[in-house]
Write a protein that binds this ligand. Sequence first.
Ligand code: FES
Length: 197
Amino acid sequence: MSNNEVNRTRRNLLIATSVVGGAGVATAAWPFIASMTPSAKAKGLGAPVDVDISKLEPGAKLTVAWQGKPVWIISRTTEMLDRLIKHDDRLTDPKSESSIQPEYCKNPYRSIKHEFMVAVGICTHLGCSPSDKLKPESDNETGPNWDGGFYCPCHGSRFDLATRVFNGSPAPTNLVIPPHKYLSATLIRIGDDSKGA
Ligand code: FES
């Protein structure tokens, strides 16, 4: 097995987890990313990263790095999924026709397995990283009738739990969905959706 292949098969470390109901910290900067595999060299080359989601609790989110960008994986509950289909009329691009995602994620949930959302956590306006607003609780930042999602503190863009942007946000499109695939029920490969392992 070559070094590249070894790097490709190493699992990524879970680096940040936020749970629904946990204290959210609004930050415009990308989250600090702890020591990771694969190597920095491999990351610079855009190597895929494998993420173990076996310990991801329902309703929680973890962040990993891929190509130097934060990638979110959100474990969506049935209640979270139900809330996603109720506000299309408030979205800029509800069917993701102007947004970037693999064809297999061009659906209302923007996912392969709808209980797991995978998205690049960078605002499509000017590149800040939105904050978690996962609970359906309105505040000054989310505005009224909040169904859960994300809020970008830089200029106020708001996204739902499928990372679709709400009307009135400066962000023009939904967040980017990276190519990915499931290697098993608990292992996701980010950055590679080719057939086979
Ligand atoms: S960078 Fe997110 S709203 Fe401007």
